[in-house]
Design a binder for this molecule. Sequence first.
Ligand code: SF4
Length: 308
Amino acid sequence: MLLNELVLRVASRLGLGYIPFTLPVHMEVELSNKCNLACAMCPRPSMKRKVGTMSFEVFKKVMDQTRNSITLLWLHLFGEPLLTPELLLKAIDYSKKRGVKEVAASTNAMLLTGGIAKKLLTSKMDRLLICIDGATKKTHEALRKGSDYDVVVRNVKRFFELKKRLKNDSLTVVLQIIKLEVNKDEIEAYFEQWKTYDCEIHVKQCSDWSKQIEGRGVLLPFQQPEDYPVCQRPWMDLSILWDGRVSICCRDVNGIAIIGNINKDPLKKVWNSKKMRLIRKFIYEGKLENISICKNCDDWMVSDERLK
Ligand code: SF4
């Protein structure tokens, strides 16, 4: 574990607001908030923010300030990264040059054609999360509205073939199913279907995104674990929206928890800003009702089960 990460974990346990000599270790950078689907378990279909794409200059500005602190960088937030493939490839390359340990992105695989698959497999990307949410066409398409299950399966199988052919052992592929009311009985079939491929298989619990997907009828009841520690994200993580605004959390679909703007504020200053210190204080004291994005949130308590 990097020293920076260790310091931040200790700081979260002690509830420190100001954490000198540090920067976040995890970051989500939204290359674009365009998406080709409208999934039932995602708050993006009701997003009120303007849709746009980050300029590579802004991306570089973020990464140039990270000073080897980032252990995990997600190159997406509320968008499908394969809608901006050239920007994605440039961002992967630049982040590795800036010392990011693990560069990752998530895709719905609708646009994972042979061409982009080859480029990703010859890039320095470390992790690709592929979201398939059922073991049948009917279930997957009912949840991932706008998706075509046959196209997704064909793309993903071709990706695995190419991975083998190109002898790529450095990219970890994670196939993820979000466990919901509609697909909960298909988990076993899903595992059987994909277990022989070169991937991890994860089952993710779904939160209600701070009540942002309320009323869609897809969620399973969620039991809050007893004695769970406070949310650690404000001590570890920052999210950068496509327009350069910095949010305290990756749950912030509408940009309601903004603490700065990378176009004018240095990253380090935002990280220890007055607003950020106050947020850490409220979270440590359990006063989530004082933070609009956090007050209804159970996301920090949901877990991810790895089947393979
Ligand atoms: S409590 Fe929820 S919304 Fe707030 S920082 Fe943690 S995960 Fe994000």
